[in-house]
Design a protein around this ligand. Structure first.
Ligand SMILES: Cc1cc2nc3c(=O)[nH]c(=O)nc-3n(C[C@H](O)[C@H](O)[C@H](O)COP(=O)(O)OP(=O)(O)OC[C@H]3O[C@@H](n4cnc5c(N)ncnc54)[C@H](O)[C@@H]3O)c2cc1C
Length: 507
C-alpha cells in the first residue's frame, strides 16, 4: 500500500512532532524538546517499557563497554553506577528514572507500533498509521523523529539443516531465561561484543561449551572497577568528580579515535594487546587461534577480563571456524568438526545495514525506504536527513558512528534536529527536505575520507560495511567535528516550502 497523498480523515489534533521509539534517543529527544519549550509532541513506543536496547538485551553479563560516566546523558549524571562500566539492569533502571524525573513517561503511548508513515503533500503533514494491540490508530504530525534504534535486529544465519535441530536455540538479544543451561552441551556461535560478555557467565554452568569463532576479535583488558558504596557517596556529593571523570574518558576515546583514522598510530596498542595474549594464554595453539588477523579497530574493540580465562576452562572447546551447518542435534564447523549439543546460542550480532524502520516509511514518491535500500544501505545528511523524506529526522542514522558513547552521538544529533524543528515552527515552514546536491556532496566527502580509516583499510569484514563493501556506518572525522557540524540546522541545506504561499523557496 502506497500513495503519495494518503487520505487525511479526521484531524483531531496535528502534533508539531511525533517521536517514534522510547530508547535512549527517544527519551533524549523528548527531554530536549521540553527544555526548548517545544511541547506539542508525543512519543509512541511499541514495547511496554522504555529502554530499547537495554530493555531487550538481558543476556547474562550484558553491560556497556563505554565507561558509564560517558554512557549517560550529559544533563543527568548518576552516582549510582555499581562499576565503572554499568550492567544492563542498572542502565535500564537509569533510563526509567530519567524518563520519570523529566516527566517524559506520561507522554509515551506504550504498546503502539508505527506501521506506516506517509507524507501528505496537500496538508503538509505525516500520516502515521499505528497498531495498538489489534486496533489501528492514526496520528497526524507536522514532523517526525525516528528514534527507532541503530542495532535492533538479531541476525541468525540461514544455515543448511537448521530446521532439523531439536534442541533449544536462541539469540543473545532474545535470551531464554526459562531454559536452564546447567549441565547442558552448548554451542555458542560468534565471538563478538555480546558473546564475549555471556561466554564467561555461562561457562561455569554448562557441561560443555563449543565456541565457534569465525574471526578472532581484539580483546583488551577492561578497567572495570567496583565503585562500592563509599565511592558512590563521594561521587554523589561532589559533582565535579563526575564531570572530570567524564571529561577524561572522553579525552581517552578521542585519542583512540585518532588512531582509528590513522591506523599506524594504533600499532603500539596492538603490540601491547599481543603481549597480553602471551601472558594470559599459555597454550600456544589456543593463543594462535585467538590472535586477530586484522588491524586493531577495524571491528569494534572489545574489553574483557574474563573472556580469555573462560576459553581456557576444561569444559570449553574453541573452534576457530564458522558454523556451516546443523544435522539433527549436531553442529558442524567449517573445518568439518561435528559436535552434539543440547542448545545453540547465537552470538551473531545484528543486521544493521538495513534499519527496520525503512520497511514502515514511504518517501514523497510513494517508495518504501527499505525497497530503495534493498541493494545497498541508507544514506543521510549528517546521519539524519533522508532524500525525499520531508520534515523527518533519523537519530543515529548512517555514517555518524564515532568510537564513543552512542548517547553523546544521539545528543549531538538531537541538538541539530531540535534546532531544525524550532526553525520549522518559528518560521511557519510547511515542508523542509534535504537538497539532493547537499546530500550527495556530503556523502562523497564522507566516503572519500573513510578510505584511509581502519574501518575500510584494516582488512576485516565488519558491520560497518554493507553487502557491497560500502561503509554506511562510520563518521570519518572526530566527534568534535561531528558536534560542530551539528551545532546549527542550516536551512540553506534544505529545500523549503513556506506555509503562506506554498511557493518553493530555496532558502
Ligand atoms: C547488546 C548491546 C550493547 C551495546 N553496548 C553499547 C555500549 O556499551 N556503548 C554504546 O555507546 N552503545 C552500545 N550499544 C548501542 C546501543 O544500541 C545504543 O547505545 C543505544 O542504546 C541506542 O538507543 P536508541 O534509543 O537509539 O535505540 P534503541 O535502544 O534500539 O531504541 C529504539 C526504540 O524504538 C522502538 N521502536 C522501534 N521501532 C518501532 C516502531 N515501528 N514503532 C514504535 N516503536 C519502535 C523500540 O522498541 C525501542 O524501544 C549497544 C547495543 C547493543 C545491542
Amino acid at each position: 500500500m502506497s500513495t503519495t497523498n494518503p487520505r487525511v480523515k479526521s484531524k483531531e489534533h496535528v502534533y508539531d512532532s511525533l517521536i517514534v521509539g522510547a530508547g535512549i534517543s527517544g527519551l533524549c529527544a523528548a527531554i530536549k524538546m521540553k527544555k526548548n519549550g517545544y511541547t506539542d509532541f508525543k512519543i509512541i513506543e511499541k514495547a511496554e517499557r522504555v529502554g530499547g536496547t537495554w530493555r531487550d538485551n538481558t543476556y547474562p553479563g550484558c553491560g556497556c563497554d563505554v565507561p558509564s560516566s560517558l554512557y549517560s546523558f550529559s544533563f543527568a549524571p548518576s552516582s549510582k553506577w555499581s562499576h565503572l562500566f554499568a550492567r544492563q539492569p542498572e542502565i535500564l533502571s537509569y533510563l526509567e528514572e530519567v524518563g520519570k524525573d523529566y516527566g517524559i513517561s506520561e507522554l509515551i503511548d506504550f504498546g503502539t507500533e508505527l506501521e506506516n508513515a506517509q507524507w501528505n503533500e496537500e496538508e503538509g503533514l505525516w500520516v502515521i498509521d499505528t497498531l495498538v494491540g489489534e486496533r489501528r490508530e492514526i496520528t497526524y504530525a507536522r514532523t517526525v523523529v525516528f528514534a527507532t534504534g541503530p542495532i535492533t535486529e538479531p541476525q541468525i544465519p540461514a544455515l543448511p539443516g537448521l530446521e532439523t535441530f531439536e534442541g533449544e536455540m536462541f539469540h543473545s538479544a532474545n535470551w531464554n531465561h526459562e531454559y536452564d543451561l546447567t549441565n547442558k552441551r552448548v554451542a555458542v556461535i560468534g565471538t563478538g561484543a555480546s558473546a564475549i560478555q555471556f561466554v564467561p557467565q555461562i561457562q561455569p554452568k554448562v557441561k560443555k561449551l563449543h565456541v565457534f569463532q569465525r574471526t578472532a576479535p581484539w580483546v583488551l583488558p577492561k578497567p572495570d572497577l567496583d565503585l562500592g558504596d563509599a565511592s558512590k557517596k563521594v561521587i554523589g556529593r561532589f559533582p565535579a568528580i563526575q564531570r572530570t571523570w567524564r571529561k577524561s574518558v572522553a579525552q581517552t576515546l578521542n585519542v583512540i579515535n585518532f588512531g582509528l583514522r590513522n591506523p599506524a598510530a594504533l600499532k603500539p596498542v596492538s603490540n601491547a594487546a599481543k603481549q597480553l595474549l602471551r601472558v594470559q594464554i599459555k597454550d600456544k595453539e589456543l593463543r594462535k587461534a585467538v590472535t586477530p588477523n586484522f588491524t586493531l579497530g577495524c571491528k569494534r574493540i572489545l574489553f574483557s577480563n574474563n573472556y580469555y580465562p573462560a576459553l581456557q576452562a576444561d569444559n570449553v572447546n574453541l573452534i576457530p571456524h564458522g558454523l556451516v551447518g546443523v544435522e539433527g542435534n549436531s553442529v558442524i564447523g567449517a573445518n568439518g568438526e561435528r559436535h552434539e549439543v543440547d542448545a545453540i546460542i547465537w552470538g551473531t550480532g545484528f543486521e544493521v545495514s538495513h534499519p527496520p524502520i525503512g520497511r514502515k516509511v514511504f518517501n514523497t514518491k510513494g517508495q518504501r525506504l527499505s525497497d530503495l535500500w534493498k541493494d545497498s544501505s541508507p544514506e543521510a545528511y549528517l546521519g539524519t536527513a533522508l532524500k525525499d523524506v520531508p520534515n523527518a529526522f533519523l537519530v543515529l542514522g548512517p555514517n555518524v558512528l564515532v568510537y564513543d558513547s552512542f548517547i553523546r552521538l544521539a545528543e549531538a544529533q538531537l541538538d541539530y534536529i531540535i534546532d531544525g524543528l524550532k526553525k520549522i515552527k518559528r518560521e511557519g515552514l510547511r515542508r523542509v527536505v534535504i537538497k539532493p546536491s547537499v546530500l550527495q556532496k556530503h556523502n562523497e566527502r564522507v566516503q572519500e575520507n573513510l578510505k584511509s580509516t581502519v574501518f575500510n583499510s584494516g582488512g576485516c569484514q565488519s558491520y560497518y560495511l554493507d553487502q557491497n563493501g560500502r561503509n554506511f556506518a562510520a563518521w570519518p572525522w572526530s566527534l568534535r567535528v561531528l558536534q560542530r557540524r551539528l551545532r546549527s540546522f542550516n536551512l540553506a541545506d534544505y529545500e523549503v516550502i513556506r506555509k503562506v504561499n506554498s511557493k518553493q523557496d530555496a532558502a
